[in-house]
Design a protein around this ligand. Sequence first.
Ligand code: F6P
Length: 324
Amino acid sequence: IKNIAVLTSGGDAPGMNACIRAVVRTGVYYGKNMFGVIQGYQGLINNNIEAMNARSVSNIIHLGGTILKTARCLKFKEDAGMELAYQNLKAKGIDGLVVIGGDGTFTGAKRFAEKYDIKVIGVPGTIDNDLYGSDFTLGYDTAINTVIEAIDKIRDTADSHDRLFFIEVMGRDSGCIALRSAIASGAEAVLLPERETSLKELITKLKEGASTKKSSSIVIVSEGNKYGGAYDIAHAVKRKFKHYDTKVTILGHLQRGGSPSGFDRILGSRLGFAATKALIKGETLKMAGLHGNEIKLTNLADALNKNNYKLEDDLLEMTHVLSI
Ligand code: F6P
């Protein structure tokens, strides 16, 4: 491996810049030519690829977002788009690629590395924390702290007004942000994509709380749950349970921004360092991930296999018990 490019793709996540910095500086340290791709796979197709050096990544470790920009690129899913991306990399002599992103990013990366002679290592960068092969994905810790801070503020006003709040959090098909933020903010209930808590159960739970003198309640709604968004659920609950004045807050994209936590800066640095070293050693089709306190490689195929990823039932049970 002589020339390595790095890109960020899919939803941005705090800590991506720390990771880009680690990739570029590790490559430079070991004598490689480094490149940054602007706008993920779209940038590969558009030939938006720039040389980078150690100074290109100065003063970014503390920044949210990604200096390389990101995109969700449909063209890369087509053979013609992939071929163009390959030709652009080849023309610059790039033979290794670090991709930082989530499951969509890795699906593209896997197909690409299987088809062409470019080695690819992934870094799990998504606030969703839904990839097998890393205890935590990059950005998740910052996102959950942002969510908890927001819920704390809502709790103040919910309590003052004796209100029931439905707070919608991100996580596409994953309830990880919802479940963990429900625990950390002491929410009364949580609706997750992975589990069916029926509206009947939810109303029973809220009624129990009201009967034991809970003056306000907070329900966390994961965006991917089967009953729809927080407004739909609030509406359905309000029709059957009028005890509280009901309000809705959708936290939305504020969950993806902000300065990365110390944890995410360190995780981004470690994963970027490990991914680049793995590429230099000749590894490909792997993802660098955190296992306990070690960084290990997992096959991209395993990281993407949704059967490997499990939500912890004990945490859901605990949320239920601790919110009586
Ligand atoms: O994958 C990260 C994520 O923030 C999901 O939680 C969410 O469903 C999605 O991205 C939103 O994507 P976009 O910013 O493209 O609307």
